[in-house]
Design a protein around this ligand. Structure first.
Ligand SMILES: NC(=O)C1=CN([C@@H]2O[C@H](COP(=O)(O)OP(=O)(O)OC[C@H]3O[C@@H](n4cnc5c(N)ncnc54)[C@H](OP(=O)(O)O)[C@@H]3O)[C@@H](O)[C@H]2O)C=CC1
Ligand SMILES: O=C(CO)[C@H](O)[C@H](O)COP(=O)(O)O
Length: 654
């Protein structure tokens, strides 16, 4: 099996950190067109450093030019490559303005070879006569005006970027550049600059897309949010608190990413948007909307010719900034419109492919995201209860548990959630561990509960997920628990940890995690069947290998497991059977020892019970059937008769 730690030293997206780029404006044109003067004035206005490409020439080039010899392309190549590397450095810092002649397309290609997405081209346009006249008056430059004609001959037209006429005052030229940069229609717009929207917008900008952002204006509460975002980003994006101006700033067909709170806010925004949109515009809901709401909204907007994509986005604030996992569903045609943007900002998997893939129509993207969160709930609870057991029943300090979890990480069981749990155990406030100061009342926004509700609708047992949800609900009854703990005062038993129980816990944790993932994939499988979605589980596991909250070593393996067996239940795959066969004893032993010591282990025991029942030819359900038939004449089937034939017994007549 893969080890995430081995293959990737930075579990938390660190590998993508250097990909956040700031724009580098390249002011280009023939010698004498004013690149240095205009470039430095522009840099001053934008508050970013200015660089002159001439200052980066190697000594050999300077000597050659000083002797009056023009440079050839062989002379220029290392200089341009060095500039390209510097552009990358500047763009990962605060951005810059660079003055560079860059006359030929091939030169511009070298300049853009390292971070093409960071570069904005600004061409200074002027006639030969005007520039010749200006060159005549320059005394202190190693470039002679006689070389100008060769510059014009070399100049190649370029479709990218903007051009400005240099036959005007410097200040006017700078203003024109700024206004032209803004006048270019944005390729994508983001609505809602909250935690996720702000990070996603920054991510979009860093990929070189022209962006507009919108945040509502609430007097006295939410003011100038979009304007502030713009000023934090060198005035590159366009910011609005007027929705119609925001929509008008977008190139058609428009692409709009909504990052507002799931629920009524999404409908409010859609209603406001609808009169402003045209056919084939694409609206993406990137929040955690309920999949049935997405289904309804997609159908409604389809009738109006609007392409609606319900995209689950996972990764939290940091993932959104550096590369989230994205699960788009809904309009396939819409995905053709917005896919390039979503794939560009998504995390990249081990092979560099985007962790973003069209899931299926309707609300399939949000369904898959909901199940992701269901799995997340159970994985979190598993780690929480194992921590609790180790700390309060096996007598370990947070530091010792940190060490234990860290050793599991390097043992092919690494995951983002294991990593952050180990981290949390090191956080101190003065002498105290912060974890001890956090109230044990869990919050939830709904997606775990929705998974449980969907499981009930589709008749799929999701014991680990539902138990995790119920445990959060029970935790919220803090005041009642305090009272109950007094009434039922019980003594906890504590034993000293021995290595064998830690080893068993590790196995039990992995077994329960496997069961939990099997449950999540089962739920998706049934939903796919009932909704006629074509879900590719290997692909879903793949886009969950980076960027999302449940990324793990196990997920890497699931990508491979499902590759040839999309429809085989996970618990029946030979690799999984082999692992669980070896760890089932550890799981049941840990659960019985823990419960015996009065340590609640809701998800570990749910996983153990699930596994025991799942692997039993005979379950206790025959008694249920008899009871049902006894009191309600619900009938039953017999083991000694064909399935589908139902019997009723007069039970009272014993
Ligand atoms: N936070 C996270 O880690 C993750 C969140 N999500 C999902 O992403 C979505 C956004 O979450 P998050 O960014 O955390 O939320 P925030 O509360 O930080 O931001 C919500 C945004 O929605 C805007 N908004 C709310 N109501 C309206 C409305 N009626 N009209 C216009 N705009 C409105 C808010 O504007 P204003 O500033 O004016 O209030 C704000 O910009 C949610 O669905 C969430 O579940 C998904 C993955 C991870
Ligand atoms: O979507 C997410 C990650 O993928 C969020 O982190 C999730 O919404 C957190 O959910 P809750 O507040 O219910 O714990």
């Amino acid at each position: 099996m893969n080890s995430y730690l081995e293959s990737n030293s930075a579990f938390r997206q660190g590998e993508n950190r250097d990909m956040i780029t700031k724009p580098v404006f390249i002011v280009y044109g023939v010698s004498g067109s004013g690149k240095t003067t205009i470039g430095s004035a522009l840099a001053k206005k934008m508050g970013v450093p200015f660089y002159d490409a001439d200052d980066f020439h190697p000594e050999s080039n300077i000597q050659k030019m000083a002797k009056g010899f023009p440079l050839n392309d062989t002379d220029r190549a290392p200089w341009l490559q060095d500039l390209a590397n510097n552009i990358s450095k500047w763009s990962s810092d605060q951005g810059a303005v660079l003055a560079c002649s860059a006359l030929k397309v091939s030169y511009r290609n070298i300049l853009a070879s390292v971070v093409p997405e960071a570069i904005k081209w600004i061409f200074l346009k002027g006639s030969y006569e005007l520039i010749f006249e200006r060159m005549q008056s320059r005394k202190d430059h190693f470039f002679t005006s006689e070389m100008l004609q060769s510059q014009f001959d070399a100049l190649e037209v370029w479709k990218d970027g903007i051009s400005v006429d240099i036959d005007q005052e410097i200040q006017r030229i700078v203003e024109e550049i700024e206004s032209k940069l803004k006048m270019q229609k944005s390729e994508i717009g983001v609505i809602g600059l909250g935690v996720m929207g702000k990070s996603l917008a920054t991510n979009i900008l860093s990929k070189g897309f022209r962006l507009s952002v919108f945040n509502r204006h609430l007097a006295g509460k939410e003011e100038d949010i979009a304007k502030n975002f713009v000023s934090e980003h060198s005035n590159i994006p366009q910011g609005f608190d007027d929705l119609s101006l925001f929509v008008a700033s977008l190139a058609q067909p428009r692409t709009i990413l909504m990052m507002v709170n799931a629920g009524p806010a999404v409908d409010v925004v859609i209603e406001q948007l609808l009169p402003l949109l045209d056919e084939n515009d694409c609206v993406i809901d990137g929040g955690n909307s309920h999949y049935k709401d997405t289904l309804t909204r997609e159908a409604k907007l389809r009738k109006k010719g609007i392409l609606y994509v319900g995209a689950g986005i996972s990764g939290g604030e940091e993932g959104a900034l550096y590369g989230p996992s994205i699960m788009p569903g809904g309009s396939k045609k819409g995905y053709e419109n917005c896919g390039p943007f979503l794939e560009a900002i998504a995390a990249k998997d081990e092979k560099g492919n985007p962790c973003c893939s069209y899931i299926s129509p309707d609300g399939a993207g949000h369904f898959v995201k909901m199940v992701h969160n269901g799995i997340e709930y159970a994985e979190m609870q598993l780690l929480a209860e194992i921590y609790h057991f180790l700390r309060f029943h096996l007598g370990n300090t947070p530091d010792a548990i940190h060490e234990i979890f860290t050793s599991w990480r390097s043992n092919s069981k690494d995951s983002y959630l294991l990593e952050i749990t180990a981290d949390i155990l090191q956080k101190k406030e003065g002498e105290d561990f912060l974890i001890d100061k956090i109230l044990d009342k869990a919050g939830q926004k709904g997606t775990g509960g929705w998974s449980t509700q969907a499981a009930l609708t589709y008749g799929i047992p999701v014991s680990t997920i539902s138990e995790a949800v119920m445990t959060r609900c029970l935790s919220a009854k803090k005041e009642e628990r305090i009272e109950a703990s007094k009434v039922y005062a019980r003594s906890f038993s504590t034993v000293k940890t021995d290595p064998s129980i830690v080893e068993m816990l590790e196995q039990a944790y992995y077994a329960a995690s496997l069961v939990n993932h099997a449950i999540g994939f089962d739920l998706m499988k049934q939903a796919a069947k009932e909704n006629k979605w074509e879900l590719n589980f290997s692909e879903i596991a793949r886009i969950w290998t980076r960027g999302c909250i449940i990324r793990s070593d196990l997920m890497e393996n699931l990508t491979l497991f499902f590759e040839d067996s999309n429809n085989t239940p996970l618990l029946m795959l030979s690799e999984v059977v082999e692992t669980l066969d070896k760890s089932i004893d550890a799981l049941t032993t840990v659960v019985s020892r823990g419960i015996g010591m009065k340590c609640p282990l809701p998800v570990l025991s749910a996983a153990a019970n699930y596994l025991l029942n799942y692997t039993s030819e005979t379950m206790s359900a025959n008694m249920l059937q008899a009871q049902r038939d006894y009191f309600g004449a619900h009938t039953y089937q017999r083991v000694d008769k064909e399935e589908g034939v139902y019997f009723h017994t007069d039970w009272k007549n014993i």
